[in-house]
Design a protein. Structure first.
Length: 351
């Protein structure tokens, strides 16, 4: 039997990498044999490459498959990419769902590595590429800003509660106000860094300018979209982008007894969904086409939030189309398309 595919499954933790080497043969049998535990450090990475070379077949490429385990997998993935090693990163929920289909009932680091290796042998996986440093910086800054805003909301509520209580504690209020001032200063600093980053790269500045022509979309929303999608680098079409954001529709139906209502999956990038919420509300209020689309959906199913989600999806799709075509937003074209859409599909029953 000849080997047609070889994979190393890696179960990643903070300190260790549990690795399992597997082969797929021409008769489609799978062999999971060699297992190795190495340190999650540069020294361990070197040991990993030496171990792989000792067990692999040299005439075939070796694919390294790992879970997206927080941030612990990132250094290893970047190091492997720098050594021209092919890497695939899989979402943990896909591995856990696949694990349930197997006969294995014991869950250990070793069985997890074996499951990841088997998954990589059976599936055709997309090859991972390191994110562009420019868009990674956008992502880091926008996420840090979001954390600051959330923390400031908590402090604002605490300050309100302290000022409204019967026994006012002056020193507590003073500390809360100091923390509020610090967060405000940090948010302003992040905003300045975002502006400098966008202006430093002409291509990025142009992409942001294209997106901010969309009703409701500002520079911050455009930066979040570009940062979270790595500049649309791996996006092949609008449907894939909508799925990545978790705005795709899921429905469960079986026979006559099971018929759940369609709803968005929310199995995607929550930062994208959150960033599109306020722009959708602004677009509904100030742009007639989106207002009409919102009203039609509300009349159809009576749920305003579903109609808002439909506008979120439209804004995200439009941002991708403008980026891909490198064209400005044309209200007249959107109005014509909206009228044509209304004639062909009276309402969006899938939302």
């Amino acid at each position: 039997m000849n080997t047609i595919k070889q994979v190393v499954g890696v179960d990643v933790s903070q300190n260790e990498l549990v690795c399992c080497f597997g082969r797929l043969f021409t008769n489609l049998n799978i062999e999971l044999g060699f297992t190795q535990i190495i340190k999650n450090s540069p020294v361990g990475f070197q040991a990993f490459m030496a171990w792989v070379k000792s067990v692999q077949s040299e005439h075939l490429p070796t694919l390294v498959v790992m879970e997206a385990t927080g941030v612990y997998h990132q250094k290893f993935a970047h190091w492997l990419s720098s050594k021209n090693q092919t890497v695939a990163i899989v979402l943990p929920n896909k591995i856990s769902n696949y694990f349930r289909t197997l006969a294995t009932k014991t869950i250990t680091d070793t069985t997890s590595a074996q499951t990841i290796a088997r998954f990589g042998l059976e599936r055709k996986l997309d090859i991972w590429t390191p994110p562009n440093p420019l868009f990674k910086a956008l992502q880091n800054l926008t996420r840090e800003r979001d954390q600051i805003v959330q923390e400031r909301t908590v402090i604002k509520n605490q300050l309100h509660a302290q000022q409204a209580c019967a026994d006012v504690h002056v020193s507590t209020i003073k500390r809360l106000k100091a923390r509020m001032a610090l967060l405000n200063a940090q948010q302003l600093q992040i905003q300045n860094e975002l502006d400098e980053l966008i202006q430093s790269e002409p291509t990025l500045s142009r992409d942001v300018e294209l997106m901010t022509c969309i009703p409701g979309v500002g520079r911050l929303t455009a930066a979040i979209i570009l940062g979270e999608t790595n500049g649309f680098e791996l996006v092949r079409n609008k449907r894939q982008l909508v799925s990545y954001a978790g705005l795709d529709v899921k429905q469960k139906q079986s026979g006559t007894s099971v018929a759940d209502k369609p709803r968005i999956s929310k199995k995607g990038n929550r930062h994208l969904r959150k960033a599109l919420h306020l722009p959708a509300l602004v677009a509904i209020r100030h742009y007639p086409l989106y207002k009409d689309h919102f009203d039609r959906n509300v009349v159809k199913h009576g749920i305003k939030m579903k109609a808002v989600v439909a506008i979120q999806r439209k804004i995200l799709e439009l941002a991708y189309v403008l980026w891909k075509s490198q064209s400005m937003f044309d209200p007249q074209y959107e109005m014509k398309k909206g009228r044509l859409y209304e004639k062909t599909i009276p309402s969006e029953s899938s939302l």
